[in-house]
Design a protein around this ligand. Sequence first.
Ligand code: RIB
Ligand code: CA
Length: 360
Amino acid sequence: MITIFYWFLALLCICIFTVADSVAAQTEEPIPIIFDTDFVMPPQNDGLALMLALQSPEIEILGITTVAGNDSVERATSDALRMLEIANWVDIPVYQGADMPLVHEKSDFAVRGYGKWYSNEPPEIPPGGFATKQVEDEAAVSFIVKTVLSRPQEVTLIAIGPLTNIAQAIRAEPKFAENVKRLVIMGGAVALLPDGAGNITPNAEFNFWVDPEAARVTLRSGIPIELSPLNVSRKSALTKDWYEKLVAVDTPLTQLLKDTMGRRFAADPDRKWLMYDQIAIASVIDPTLVTTERLFVDVNIDHGISYGVSVGGRAIWPGAEGAQQMEVQYDLDWPRFVDLFASRIRSPVRGDRVQATFGQ
Ligand code: RIB
Ligand code: CA
């Protein structure tokens, strides 16, 4: 009789905890974020990352801040505005940020290599034409600082371009860094961990190389940081099969994918599409998708062969005094990640503020 009573009690506890868990999951507040990006259309990685964020109820985008990187900041702004119209999220404000890195100047190498961060050319016409939605009058750095200070320890920054805006915010307001809840950065490559080569110079990753000084200021700011470097990007590989699953559903977002991914898979059906910025977003939605190691990470700002190279270590080494520890992503649960990514992108667009205008 006593045994039955204890079995009954145990069952009751399990039921209570299960119900409590599911209620907690349903009532959990979305994570307030600022999305800092060197966006271009048709959507590449920043665009796919924004789609994922917009389609995810776990995230609330307080504002999008733009920065020069993949192209000029004017193009980043123009294209981000257009993307929000296509996704029906016109009430998310867009703030224009830095048009050049803190120190790094245009060079022949930059012009020959990837990215037009130094460009003065007017933005290209995005799919469907320029947005009617307008950029905010306030500058990105002012918005970032004001938002963080008005919600101390609440706001997560997700930076998926060069870190110029974030470094300027850190420098502009001494109380800024201590009031940021968390900063998730797509940037860098860590040689200590597998797959740690660079992608713009032998050891430097693009976002850190465009603005090495900003990356160094940011990484030494004291903000709790999670770094999503090339090491973890290289655990991803979106194939043509997955592309076909994405575009099998017709939404304004999947239509856009045909412009970039479609063209590239048509040219090279065997290509593997690396995910960069998308992993940073996914790791905020579900931190169990990535594996991290806590390392000291610093950035080289000598204008020589290692300009913009990030270096990670398990203990401080000479020259890195003052570097801070952060979580460094180095592995990815690809099957779960790609399932999450595909299911969110294939879902009906969540933004329901206005009619879709794509193609008009
Ligand atoms: O090095 C990868 C980074 O550069 C990503 O942010 C991607 O968007 C590319 O521009
Ligand atoms: Ca980017």
